[in-house]
Ligand binder design. Structure first.
Ligand code: DX5
Ligand code: ZN
Length: 227
């Protein structure tokens, strides 16, 4: 499993120039496009849907599109996102009545499946879901908005889930979302994350490549320090 994936959250991009912004952030070294879908129901904000995902694919984006669904219900829209070119689809267990069924639905449409845990959501749901998952996404802010501060308890949760994944032996990625910056990505990596969502930290900067490179340096420095 590759060590460090940077998933640029386009929530903080300039939506009037979205195709160009995505091209630029990928050219700057980001690995995945993190695509935040909000419905003004599960979360108090409204963003983008499958049409925009499809438009990015038609624009020529070939990098993985990491769809983070903050919507309720989940199942109805899953096939639409698969058709629109999503690579991974993650959802919140609180938003689906039948979590196992939703995971299977995502996979049956040829996408990788992720489960997202909010800051106050316990990790127990993973006991029975982990073998079916490709990704666990831990929220380090309450979902709904970019630019919020990292909630420190997410570090303990990362350590806990890292341990669960390692003990399981399954190749599940551990992604963190919210408040990730150059200044804290090192301790986040040390706590066990291997996939890092960053929105405002990248798109709020003038030089995207500089931020992505600095993030990778911080993560690499942690990897070289023996535990
Ligand atoms: C929040 C979204 C995040 C958000 C992160 O609900 O899921 O992906 O864009 O933004 P930053 O990196 O600015 O905290
Ligand atoms: Zn997100």
């Amino acid at each position: 499993m590759s060590d460090c994936i940077i998933a640029a959250s386009i929530l903080s991009a300039d939506f009037a120039r979205l195709g160009e912004e995505v091209d630029n952030v990928l050219a700057a070294g980001a690995d995945w496009v993190h695509f935040d879908v909000m419905d003004n129901h599960y979360v108090p904000n409204l963003t983008i849907g499958p049409m925009v995902c499809e438009a990015l694919r038609k624009h020529g984006v070939s990098a993985p599109i990491d769809v983070h669904l903050m919507i309720e219900p989940v199942d109805r829209i899953v096939p639409d996102f698969a058709k629109a070119g999503a690579s991974l689809i993650s959802f919140h267990p609180e938003a689906s009545r039948h979590v196992h069924r939703t995971i299977q639905l995502i996979k049956s449409h040829g996408c990788r499946a992720g489960l997202v845990l909010n800051p106050a959501t316990p990790v127990d749901i993973l006991d029975w879901a982990l073998p079916d998952l490709d990704l666990v996404l831990l929220m380090s802010v309450n979902p709904g908005f970019g630019g919020q501060a990292f909630i420190a308890s997410a570090l303990d949760k990362l350590r806990m889930v890292r341990d669960m994944i390692d003990r399981s032996g399954w190749p599940v990625r551990l992604e963190i979302d919210g408040g990730v910056k150059v200044g804290n990505i090192g301790e986040i990596a040390a706590a066990g994350a291997d996939t890092f969502v960053a929105g405002s930290a990248i798109f709020g900067a003038k030089d995207y490549a500089k931020v992505v490179a600095a993030m990778r340096r911080e993560v690499a420095a942690v990897k070289q320090t023996p535990a």
